[in-house]
Ligand binder design. Structure first.
Ligand code: ACM
Length: 522
């Protein structure tokens, strides 16, 4: 018990052998010294050390002479974005980072260097809170290290979302991709269009079993919920304190059934639709009336006000074209705009949103279907149907985020489906995630520079509870953290597992319902 830990996940770039005479012991008289731009990270550290130690460590702008201290500072001499250096000496620990995010990650490293009991939510006695005498120099391999959460298929309250963010932060992720709108539920309050949440956030029932089963029954349980704008601002600020940027996703032109249920004039049919209670791809997509574009732009204006992120995700995936092909209005629009087919119409739709976002100083991100019919000028592509879309986009000089479903879809099974609860399909083991290499070898160095990184996807059709979400997410996010943070020569899967087992004690103490099997049998 209570030995200091060197099982860091993700593995740092450089960590010296621990020097016993340099070790630091955290005691109740320690100060946290942080000022100005470092202050929020100092508070984050103080807050995270408190439950297990019981120490109410003061966060002060200047060190008092002769007292042990943890110093946090932003230091331009540290090279590279999100980079940090951590120095342990008998009377001090010093965290220096090139920017705020780097400091937030250094805080996570310091937590992991302490005995695992530091992760306890209640005070632990009899532990000496020793930090081993190491020097760490660390920086991420990729600038996009994301976690995606679909709150449309199942709604998760703010506390669950924050816990998800906390776990991303623990593993030095820097993007929380918040998938806020779906056929099965619209989850973000838009003041101008209250019916989006009055109607669109609620479905009357949900199909039972797998979406492939066409003879399914429904449960009798209404499901829904949404985030107020105040809650969203709170989550955005909470994530920012942890070095995480929240990237919102507002789906268009597909995955729009809940919005169309709320405002039928947005759809292509004369008959009303309800918020979907079924899994699978809905035919109900937005129409191309000028008033619908204006609606979407007005929605985005409120989104831009809530989310400082430069990146705004507009979905763009899985758009069945049948309703456009059957719609005289859509056909007329295509003729007027010289669009030869529905793919070109989809491309024109996305380009309009690209122009709108660019005019507001933001960058459009979309799933790889936005390549069809021609990619909008400044768009970033998330390549999910394999890597081909990402490769094509990088070859065209666009930034890409590699999210291939075979490797980083955490709604896939982790083991033989027969031995697991219901999931969407596929098989993506912990080792598959660990072995993932986001930069395809066929890219030239210039093209490879367009690969911003990767992220893990949680689509929640088959994750109705926070426990199930955590089971699917962890430990796979731990493996992905290392793919994205650690140098490409990061080491073997066996080495990862060896660090993962002590790391799992941290997850245990945090009460995470992770998939233990992956460690015992993996
Ligand atoms: C997706 O999985 N439809 C992006």
């Amino acid at each position: 018990m209570s030995t200091p830990s060197l099982s860091l996940i993700p593995k740092p770039v450089v960590m010296t052998e621990p020097e016993p005479s340099s070790a630091f012991e955290l005691t109740a008289d320690c100060q946290i010294v942080a000022a100005d731009a470092a202050l929020a990270a100092g508070n984050l550290l103080a807050h995270s050390l408190r439950p297990a130690t019981g120490f109410a460590l003061p966060v002060v702008p200047m060190a008092a002479a002769g007292q042990p201290a943890i110093h946090l500072l932003i230091d331009a001499a540290i090279d590279g974005e999100e980079a940090y250096r951590l120095d342990v000496e008998p009377q001090s620990v010093t965290l220096r980072a090139s920017d705020y995010a780097g400091l937030a990650y250094a805080v996570q490293t310091l937590r992991q260097l302490l005995p695992v009991e530091i992760f306890s939510a209640t005070q632990v006695s009899g532990v000496r809170w020793v930090v081993p005498g190491v020097v760490i120099e660390d920086r991420p391999r990729f600038g996009w290290r994301g976690g995606h959460l679909d709150v449309g298929r199942h709604f998760f309250p703010v506390e669950v979302v924050k816990r998800f963010v906390d776990l991303l932060a623990l593993h030095k992720f820097n993007r929380f991709h918040w998938h806020l709108t779906e056929d099965q539920g619209w989850r973000i309050e838009i003041k101008r269009y209250p019916r989006l949440t009055e109607i669109g956030a609620w479905r009357r029932h949900t199909m039972i079993g797998h979406g492939d089963n066409k003879l399914h029954d429904f449960d009798d349980t209404p499901h829904g919920g949404f985030y107020t704008q105040e809650q969203i601002r709170d989550v955005v600020a909470y994530a920012a304190e942890r070095g995480i940027l929240v990237v919102p996703e507002i789906e268009m032109p597909g995955h729009a059934q809940a919005a169309i249920a709320a405002y039928p004039e947005l759809g292509n049919l004369d008959t009303p639709v309800e918020v979907s209670g079924e899994w699978g791809i809905s035919e109900n997509i937005f129409n191309v009336e000028e008033s619908t574009f204006e609606f979407l732009e007005n929605v985005l204006l409120e989104v831009l006000d809530l989310f400082p992120s430069r990146f705004i995700h507009i979905g763009g995936d899985e758009v069945p074209k049948r309703q456009w092909n059957d719609s005289p209005r859509a056909q007329a629009y295509m003729r007027e705009h010289n669009l030869p087919d529905a793919d070109a119409l989809q491309s024109a739709f996305i380009r309009r949103m690209d122009d709108f976002l660019n005019a507001h100083g933001r960058v459009l991100v979309g799933w790889d279907e936005i390549l069809e019919g021609g990619l909008a000028e400044n768009a970033i592509v998330m390549s999910w149907r394999g890597e081909e879309g990402g490769i094509a986009a990088a070859e065209q000089g666009h930034d890409v985020i590699m999210t291939p479903e075979a490797n980083v879809y955490f709604d896939h099974y982790q083991f033989d489906p027969a031995s697991e609860g219901l999931a969407i399909g596929g098989l993506t083991t912990l080792e598959d995630v660990y072995s993932y290499e986001p930069v395809p070898p066929t890219l030239t160095p210039d093209q490879a520079a367009h690969v911003l990184g990767s992220q893990g996807q949680l689509w929640t059709e088959y994750m109705p509870t926070a426990e199930r979400l955590e089971y699917m997410a962890y430990p796979r996010f731990c493996a992905l953290a290392e793919v994205l943070w650690s140098p490409s020569e990061r080491g073997t899967y066996a080495d990862f597992l060896q660090r993962m087992r002590p790391h799992a004690q941290r997850l245990d103490l945090l009460g995470i319902h992770y998939c233990r099997r992956a460690l015992d049998e993996g």
